[in-house]
Design a protein around this ligand. Sequence first.
Ligand SMILES: [Zn+2]
Length: 252
Amino acid sequence: MDQTPDRARKRFPWLRTILIVLATLIVVLGLLIGLWSISRSRDYQLFGKLVNRVETDEKVVALTFDDGPTPEFTHQILAVLHEKDVPATFFLIGKEAETNIAEVRAIAAAGHEIGNHTYTHPDMTLADESKAAEEVEKTDAAIRAAGYQGDILFRPPFGKKLFGLPLYLAKHDRTTITWDVEPESYDDIATDPQKITAHVLEKTKPGSIIILHVMYDSREASREALPHVIDGLKQRGFRFVTVSDLMKLRKT
Ligand SMILES: [Zn+2]
């Protein structure tokens, strides 16, 4: 009979404790990694409804813009959308909507959808329900103060959420909107308008939600890509709709 384990226990009395501590650390680490992936998942959250795209046979797509509005670029983007005659959905930061109320009004007046992207754009991973309430409700108020009357969808900054935010949204029957086409998430693509356009044209499927950032100086490549993205998708037979309209086209 092999006596090695007994001998080992006698020679290393702390072995058992060390093994238990190691096993516990591995379990805790696994849990943390699991929670971390849930917090950044584009298509899953722990509570309530999340939409990152819609199952449909129709060639429809929703174009969404995050952040702002800024006086520098809102009108340029609205002009492109007007010229191409397509609607879009703007997820606005409450604080910037308050400061730039004329731009919020212009977005609404042009018939685009406006969504809530929190008041101060924090990482909401560890936010509790009261923090979520504050960020969401102050932003709703800013959007309403500009006269917008449509439903207000919600998109978390960086797409991040874990417990408090989804709980708050679920209790208030609000849907989290993420995306399934994100050209700017790749460093080598984000700075090149042609690569952005090519990525979007390659990845967009019926029911896709495209995310672009066009409101700040650093996003010249995205602004340059925008007309080409729209033209390219139109050539491929896609029709542009707001996120709310996209959700109505879901295959049942
Ligand atoms: Zn953002």
